[in-house]
Design a protein around this ligand. Structure first.
Ligand SMILES: Cc1cc2nc3c(=O)[nH]c(=O)nc-3n(C[C@H](O)[C@H](O)[C@H](O)COP(=O)(O)OP(=O)(O)OC[C@H]3O[C@@H](n4cnc5c(N)ncnc54)[C@H](O)[C@@H]3O)c2cc1C
Length: 398
């Protein structure tokens, strides 16, 4: 029995599946064309309690831990949704946790203790102004770390925030920001010392603040229903009360929350693989060539068996690592390995699944075509495969 297979979680799985069937599947192709999901979807997901999964009730969440969040992500994709939909609808999973943690709460079962320590003055206020409305589906948030000069080297961030009385003055730019077009606020990593010093802080910056402009909507290979933007900051005045935690604790906060983001991406990877195994199996049962169903041929059955094995092995490992993270174990290396294992499984499986669909697999009408395109980002976002290997090598003492 899977560790996520409890009676409560089976209910959560059914709720998620019903949500996808009723609210997503009839519209997903339109959202892919439009380049974004509608705001109403956030409100609907919030009413069902899905948006708040993994966030404590004390900040407006639905409770539950990292495994519950993983289960919802898995079920969205296995019910015919997509990793792009998860990225668009659950961007708050990366935009909010720093605020929740700084206010003394925990999200996703991940955080123990407070960043910056002690009673934090502004952070309860940030919870009221940003966390609660976002989990209620009335606001959209984004997380901006990556800059045009580079994303892998987080410490090298060049967007600066200079203190001027009770404000910071922010200058710089960010790119590839998920939900950046629609976001009402952006949790922004800024350098609060000289550029490249690694002294980072997190500021919540409201859309509409003078000097903050959202650039063009970036066109992408996949994740079409997830809007992605460039952001520019020119002398943007941000109140000090919009800082998350203490000054210069941003790098630590970003690193701590990478675990949840990476496990979410790992989940998107193995769930996409599982969905593609199902799609390919169905296709191979139905498709006849040379007078026999494809699935009657040993070569095809073995290929499907190998795809299924890869997806299941990745799922088991991601669940094990997630359970250890939720229990508070410091498993940074294992999180990196889980992401790479799941992404490798996904890459192989989506490629094979498309191949088994023949020419139809290459068409926009084929669901497998969308997964093939969407999957390519999973080894890039949240830390690339190469950066995960660096972490693993370090963990090996190399
Ligand atoms: C669709 C999409 C959504 C995204 N959403 C967000 C978001 O919401 N917020 C956000 O902040 N960012 C977001 N990103 C950015 C993403 O996190 C970065 O693209 C990623 O971290 C890699 O950074 P980079 O693109 O600057 O590549 P670079 O850091 O320039 O790396 C380029 C290549 O070099 C490799 N490399 C780099 N350093 C090393 C090294 N030391 N050793 C070996 N190889 C190395 C990398 O693995 C990669 O293959 C998104 C990106 C995309 C495409």
């Amino acid at each position: 029995m899977s560790i996520v297979d409890t009676p409560e979680r089976r209910q959560l799985r059914e709720l998620t599946r019903a949500f996808v069937t009723r609210e997503v599947l009839p519209h997903l192709a339109d959202w892919e064309r439009a380049g974004e999901v509608p705001r109403e979807l956030h409100a609907t997901a919030a009413k069902l309690g899905l948006l708040g999964i993994g966030f404590p009730e004390s900040v407006g969440g639905s409770g539950g831990d990292l495994l519950d969040s993983i289960l919802v992500t898995e079920e969205i994709i296995r019910s015919g949704g997509s990793s792009g939909l998860v990225a668009a609808l659950f961007t708050h999973g990366i935009a909010l946790p720093h605020m929740v943690a700084a206010a003394g709460g925990q999200s996703g079962g991940l955080l123990r203790g407070r960043l910056g320590g002690g009673q934090l003055r502004g952070d309860d206020d940030l919870v009221d102004r940003y966390v609660r409305p976002t989990l209620a589906g009335t606001m959209i948030g984004a997380l901006a770390i990556t800059e045009p000069d580079g994303g892998s080297d987080v410490a090298a961030i060049r967007t600066t925030a200079r203190r001027d009385g009770d404000h910071y003055v922010v200058n710089g730019s960010k790119t590839y920001i998920t939900s950046g077009v629609r976001a009402d606020f952006v949790t922004t990593a800024v350098c609060t010392d000289f550029p490249g010093s690694g002294e980072l802080s997190l500021l919540v910056i409201d859309k509409g603040t003078p000097g903050f402009t959202v650039g063009r909507r970036l066109e992408k290979l996949g994740w079409h229903c997830s809007d992605t933007a460039e952001l520019s900051f020119v002398d943007v005045r941000v109140p000090v009360t919009n800082r998350i935690g203490e000054e210069n604790t941003g790098f630590l906060a970003i690193m701590q929350h990478f675990a949840a983001e990476r496990l979410s991406l790992a989940t998107q990877a193995y769930a996409t693989a599982q969905r593609c195994v199902e799609l390919a199996s169905r296709w191979c049962r139905d498709r006849t060539t040379f007078g026999r169903p494809l699935a009657s041929r040993q070569l095809i059955r073995h290929r499907l068996a190998e795809m299924h094995t890869r997806a299941e092995a990745a799922r088991a490992y991601v669940h094990e690592v997630a359970a250890r993270v939720a229990a508070g174990e410091p498993v940074v290396t294992e999180v990196a390995m889980a992401k790479n294992v799941a992404v490798a499984a996904c890459d192989q499986v989506v490629d094979q699944a498309l191949q088994l669909h023949g020419g139809f697999g290459y068409l926009r009408d084929a669901e497998v075509e969308r997964h093939y395109r969407d999957a390519r980002i999973l080894g890039i976002g949240g830390g690339t495969t190469e950066i995960m290997n660096e972490i693993i090598a370090k963990g090996m003492g190399l």
